[in-house]
Design a protein around this ligand. Structure first.
Ligand code: NAG
Ligand code: NAG
Ligand code: NAG
Ligand code: NAG
Ligand code: NAG
Ligand code: NAG
Ligand code: NAG
Ligand code: NAG
Ligand code: NAG
Ligand code: NAG
Ligand code: NAG
Ligand code: NAG
Length: 397
């Protein structure tokens, strides 16, 4: 009975992994007939990831604030964008989505870390840069027979009253059709239901020699939820994967039903393009707040999808925000290398780190071992019994 259970368990684990692969398909401004007209109003990159029973749609919009919206629908649902209509509600799906989760780059902050605490709460002389005021350029590349897609948004300057920044700020989205481990540090485990977002700040000129940067991210969840989103951290059981970074942060929008959306990252940034452990520093993450400031949400594709139903007391959505700052005390500030690289995962369903960790793998391995030993034992006993039976037949003992 035990052996049967473990066979069933092992089989389910492996079939879920195999069945979870998705076919990717990319489009720029999907459904647009007059490209010149559309690209005036819209910088939409769309990735469709078709699974066996459902489709995951990744909408990366750089029209205003760079935003990644992940939508799950039935297998056949198609995105429909009306480029001639008002923005409110002009993105629809032919079948209503089961679930939507999103992450938005809201603001970039520079602050003067006079006492080298690396904590934004001790910062001075804040400079707030709205992510929508960078002018985003988009490039896209598709790798390995459509098994992964990479979208790059870059901007080379920021101009606003009292702010004149040069340097390259970029946001990269990577989506993979298979579950795997990122090839570069910090080796985040991605699933076909998640996208990896990377922010790089390359050669930004700073106002102060002790400048550090931080970002404010927004998250959106559509599930019938109990109005909670939790930030938790857990130590990572497999040290080989994380290159010395044992901690993992998980921001989880838990629904009443299993499987909301999540953000997941390791508290590490890199100070060079070469993401080597020797060139790393830390992040600090701060409390999650409710965030109902309409002007910011209006600058996201969520407004294109949900319009004014995002707001008000009867809103069915979870709207949250939180800050992450880059750097740790004594790391010689941003100016040490004038480069920051931070990466995190945005996805839906079970967060990958908890789904098949080292612990689970070792349990499966030991079950398989036990099963094999049991089979061998049964086989031996059976052979003994057979030969003793044959002996008794031949010699009549
Ligand atoms: C798709 O649905 C079928 C039938 O309900 C089920 O057997 C199969 O496991 C599902 N596949 C995935 C990837 O969930
Ligand atoms: C798009 O919106 C415009 C203006 O609201 C409307 O006239 C047009 O019929 C819409 N197109 C489609 C395909 O729905
Ligand atoms: C920095 O440290 C000095 C001396 O300890 C203190 O007076 C000052 O308030 C600190 N500044 C900030 C922003 O924490
Ligand atoms: C990759 O996807 C594109 C469309 O997104 C398609 O035209 C092409 O044939 C696909 N290539 C492979 C090898 O599947
Ligand atoms: C965007 O790319 C075009 C062509 O590659 C270039 O001319 C332009 O300067 C870029 N703009 C920004 C803001 O990076
Ligand atoms: C940053 O420097 C610019 C000039 O480059 C100046 O106009 C601005 O006031 C400075 N900001 C702060 C917060 O010191
Ligand atoms: C912004 O800075 C650049 C380089 O630092 C400079 O060439 C440009 O004149 C400045 N623009 C303004 C409006 O100050
Ligand atoms: C959500 O709230 C309802 C009623 O307040 C409660 O019955 C249910 O157990 C809650 N679900 C979770 C996952 O906390
Ligand atoms: C760390 O970054 C510096 C440049 O800032 C580079 O010269 C060095 O090779 C990097 N070290 C590693 C181990 O990648
Ligand atoms: C929304 O709720 C707040 C406080 O709970 C209340 O003061 C306000 O009148 C409500 N607004 C509407 C439109 O119901
Ligand atoms: C992020 O930090 C900035 C600067 O201290 C602050 O104004 C903002 O309210 C913070 N946002 C959140 C969500 O804590
Ligand atoms: C970073 O930029 C500042 C000027 O903004 C410069 O003083 C410093 O030397 C630069 N650091 C490196 C490592 O190039």
């Amino acid at each position: 009975m035990n052996a049967l259970n473990s066979i069933v368990f092992v089989l389910t684990v492996f079939t879920t992994i195999v069945a979870a692969d998705r076919k990717l398909h990319v489009e720029w401004n999907p459904g647009c007939v007059l490209e010149d007209h559309c690209s005036k109003f819209s910088k939409l990159t769309y990735i469709r990831a078709d699974g066996e029973n459902d489709t995951v749609h990744f909408v990366l919009d750089a029209t205003f604030k760079p935003s990644l919206v992940i939508v799950v629908t039935n297998r056949d649902a198609v995105i429909q964008v009306n480029y001639t209509a008002d923005r409110e509600n002009n993105i629809k799906f032919t079948e209503s989505p089961h679930y939507t989760f999103a992450s938005v780059f809201n603001n970039l902050y520079e602050f003067n870390d006079v006492n080298d605490t690396a904590n934004i709460k001790n910062g001075q002389n804040f400079i707030k840069m709205d992510f929508k005021k960078f002018h985003w350029n988009t490039t896209q590349s598709i790798n390995n027979n459509n098994e992964s897609v990479e979208i790059l948004l870059t901007s080379n300057s920021y101009r606003a009253p009292g702010i004149n920044k040069t340097g390259i700020v970029s946001v990269t989205l990577k989506v993979y059709g298979k579950k795997d481990i990122g090839s570069k540090l910090p080796h985040l485990v991605h699933t076909p239901e998640s996208g990896e977002l990377t922010l790089t700040l390359n050669n930004l000129n700073t106002n102060f020699t002790k400048s550090r940067f931080a970002i404010e991210l927004l998250t959106f969840s559509s599930f019938p939820f109990n109005k909670t989103e939790e930030l938790s951290s857990n130590t990572f059981s497999d040290d080989k994967l994380s290159g010395g970074t044992f901690l993992n942060y998980l921001l989880n929008a838990k629904g009443d039903v299993e499987g909301g959306g999540f953000l997941s990252w390791k508290p590490v940034v890199y100070k060079a393009e070469n993401t080597h452990a020797l060139n790393s520093s830390s992040t600090i993450q701060y409390d999650i707040h409710d965030y109902h400031y309409e002007n910011d949400w209006i600058n996201t594709p969520l407004f294109n999808m949900y319009g004014n139903s995002l707001f008000g007391n009867s809103s069915q959505f979870l709207l949250k925000s939180f800050n992450v700052s880059f750097g740790q005390p004594n790391d010689e500030f941003y100016a040490k290398s004038n480069y920051t690289y931070w990466t995190f995962l945005v996805g839906i369903g079970a967060p990958p780190n908890s789904s098949l960790g080292f612990l689970e793998l070792s349990i499966i391995a030991s079950l398989l071992l036990m099963l094999t030993i049991t089979m061998i034992l049964i086989f031996c006993i059976f052979m003994r019994w057979m030969s003793s039976k044959r002996n008794s037949l031949v010699y009549g003992q």
